[in-house]
Design a protein around this ligand. Structure first.
Ligand code: FAD
Length: 435
């Protein structure tokens, strides 16, 4: 008896219920496989590919080098692998994203043995948190309350005994990423837990760089959110509670996307189908390259390009700037983020873009338009964040870095590409036209 464990977004051995099921079905004999699917590989940018490659190396190492990696169409590969070892069953954690769901149906149809789905990348699988009428939520706060009340299983241990079955595979892809893999994720999380009590007070400050950066291990399931929630429950601080609430945002996004697959690129509020946007042109290029002349926006976009990461507050401000100052459709920004982010995740990305663009389920009201300068002054009060990412501003002390034009300018730093007041009025005019 051999079972196949098909790893996807669960690159870990601990707290992996699908793996436990595979071990039980195979009497301890398991073939572990990862498919490099060209569709997903090509949609990712370098930062995400690098992390995935490094994480696969780490996973394979923890399997004594026996992870089988093959490249191509998952339906062909998984059925071939199952046939080679005459598998009793193939085991996966459910995928709720649009492409993943369709792919899994195709794989299931091509298999001669069952495809067994156990668990998901979430504490509570999408579609399970329902109101009293049995309907899903469109607004976060009541979702969050019901999510907390629903509760989740306790984490499970890694299987005690597995014989990893050998099979031919490709060389693991090349890639290096700091702390990638299950062990790195655990270490990062253990470190972060020490200071989670301050999360609530500091999480909006990009200059302090005090958030957890767990979005990256969460993306690949190097650590399961259930494990994190179990640790947070022991902390009982306001910070720990605020952190759990952010994990609920991640699950809310996945829940919305699972129920509305078109929300990946289309507005959830239908009136926004008629919103007038401008085609992306050289202003869009300036945004991507961090040359808008608005320091907080430029610092964020340069952090993204330089490190594959951006602080959440700054993500909100740069997204708002693209949609409401440059009047470009959010889908272009969302696509750029997916290519550039190390934690790029379709559900969290598209639904957050929709939130900022005012067209999401529980979106920020459209008319509340961020002022990119006052946002910078408020959340980077000493200018440290903008100076870190924009060398041209390094001679401006303190908060002066947010308004170089008031302090004699900064050599090499561009002028503002739009007038924020005028851009804001234009946004409101366009919004009035669809209301
Ligand atoms: P922390 O503040 O330490 O938060 C802890 C965890 O909570 C995060 O790791 C994440 O899993 C979750 N979380 C926090 N805020 C959110 C949120 N608003 N929505 C969903 N989950 C959240 N997150 C992604 O993981 N992938 C994306 O592609 C992505 N795109 C985004 C695009 C925009 C326009 C915006 C405004 C936000 C986006 N986010 C995305 C959400 C959020 O910005 C990141 O999860 C967060 O910045 C990651 O940093 P962290 O782990 O240090 O966060």
């Amino acid at each position: 008896n051999t079972a196949v464990m098909w790893f996807r977004r669960d690159l870990r051995l601990t707290d992996n219920p699908a793996l436990l099921d595979a071990v039980a079905a195979g009497d301890g004999q398991v073939l572990g496989v990862f498919v490099l699917d060209p569709v997903l590989w090509e949609r990712s940018g370098d930062p995400r590919r690098e992390h995935l490659a490094a994480s696969l190396r780490s996973l394979s190492q923890s399997m004594g080098g026996r992870l089988v990696v093959r490249k191509g169409d998952p339906a062909k590969i998984i059925s071939a692998v199952a046939k080679e070892v005459d598998a009793a069953s193939v085991h996966v954690a459910s995928d709720y994203a649009p492409y993943g769901q369709q792919r899994d149906q195709e794989v299931e149809a091509s298999l001669k043995c069952p495809l067994v789905r156990t668990g998901s990348p979430y504490a509570i699988a999408p579609g399970r948190v329902l109101n009293q009428q049995g309907r899903s939520y469109m607004v976060f706060t009541p979702y969050y309350k019901a999510w907390m009340e629903h509760g989740w299983r306790q984490p499970v241990e890694a299987p005690s005994k597995i014989t990893w079955v050998r099979a031919d595979g490709e060389k693991l892809p090349d890639g290096d990423a700091d702390g990638a893999g299950e062990e790195g994720a655990r270490e990062r999380w253990a470190d972060y837990l020490e200071s989670v009590g301050e999360y609530d007070d500091q999480r909006d400050r990009p200059d302090l760089d005090s958030t957890s950066r767990m979005s990256i291990p969460l993306k690949w399931g190097e650590l399961h959110p259930r494990t994190m929630l179990a640790d947070l429950a022991h902390k009982r601080s306001d910070g720990a509670q605020a952190y759990a609430r952010e994990l609920a945002w991640r699950e809310f996004c996945a829940d919305l996307l699972a129920r509305n697959p078109e929300a990946a690129w289309k507005p959830l509020r239908p009136e926004f189908e008629k919103m007038q946007y401008d085609e992306p042109d050289e202003l869009f290029d300036a945004w991507r390259e961090g040359r808008t002349g608005f320091p907080f926006v430029d610092a964020g976009m340069r952090q993204l390009a330089g490190s594959g990461f951006m602080h959440n507050r700054v993500r909100m401000v740069v997204a708002s700037f693209l949609v409401k100052d440059l009047h470009v459709h959010w889908k272009y920004g969302a696509r750029w983020f997916m290519q550039s982010l190390r934690d790029g995740d379709l559900a969290s990305n598209s639904l957050n873009w929709q939130w900022v663009a005012g067209c999401g389920a529980d979106a920020a009201p459209y008319f509340r338009i961020f002022n990119p300068i006052t946002q910078g002054l408020k959340f980077d009060p000493h200018g440290d964040y903008v100076r870190r990412w924009i060398p041209e501003l390094r001679d401006l002390a303190g908060k002066a870095a947010h308004e170089p034009w008031k302090h004699g300018g900064a050599e090499g730093y561009p002028d503002q590409i739009v007038d924020h007041g005028e851009a804001r009025r234009e946004s409101l005019r366009r919004y009035d036209a669809i209301r």
